[in-house]
Design a protein around this ligand. Structure first.
Ligand code: ZN
Length: 149
C-alpha cells in the first residue's frame, strides 16, 4: 500500500494546499484560444508571458481566486508539444497553492509521491513551482506553487 494511503501518516502531514491556484490548458494557438476566453466566456487576458525554461508561452485569466493558464509550446520538442501530440489540446495540469514549497517537497516525497522537480523552480508570474508525477497522483499532473511576491 502506498505510504500516503496510511491514515496515521496522513495525520502527520503538515502540507495543506489552500486553493486551486490555476488550471493549465495546453493549446496549439495562444492567440486563437485567447479569443475564445475573452469573446465567448468574457474573461480578460491580463498577462502573456514566455517561460523559456519550460519552452512555453502562457496567457493568464482570472476566474475568481483561480486562474486559467493557457500554454502554447515554443518548441516542437517541448513538453507541451509532446502532450498535444499524444493527447490533443486540453487540460494539462492542476496547480495548488501551498505555503512553503521547499518544505513541502521533501515531505510529499517521503509519503511516497514521485517528484518531477526535486527543488522549487521559477514559473510564470514569479511563482515558485514544482511538479508531481501523474503516476503517483492518480493521473493528474499536479503543480504545487508558492507565491513569493
Ligand atoms: Zn502551471
Amino acid at each position: 500500500m502506498p505510504k500516503f494511503l496510511n491514515r496515521e501518516i496522513i495525520s502527520y502531514l503538515k502540507m495543506k494546499a489552500t486553493h486551486i491556484e490555476h488550471i493549465g490548458i495546453a493549446v496549439k494557438n495562444l492567440e486563437e484560444s485567447i479569443k475564445y476566453y475573452e469573446n465567448i466566456l468574457g474573461f480578460k487576458c491580463y498577462s502573456v508571458e514566455e517561460v523559456k525554461d519550460q519552452k512555453v508561452k502562457t496567457a493568464f485569466f482570472k476566474v475568481g481566486q483561480t486562474k486559467i493558464e493557457l500554454l502554447e509550446s515554443t518548441d516542437s520538442e517541448g513538453p507541451i508539444s509532446k502532450f498535444i501530440e499524444k493527447k490533443g489540446e486540453g487540460i494539462h495540469h492542476l496547480a495548488f497553492a501551498v505555503e512553503d514549497l521547499s518544505e513541502t517537497l521533501p515531505e510529499v516525497e517521503s509519503k511516497g509521491i514521485q517528484l518531477i522537480d526535486k527543488a522549487p523552480r521559477k514559473g510564470a508570474e514569479g511563482l515558485s513551482i514544482a511538479f508531481l508525477h501523474p503516476k503517483s497522483t492518480f493521473g493528474v499532473l499536479t503543480e504545487l506553487c508558492e507565491d513569493k511576491n
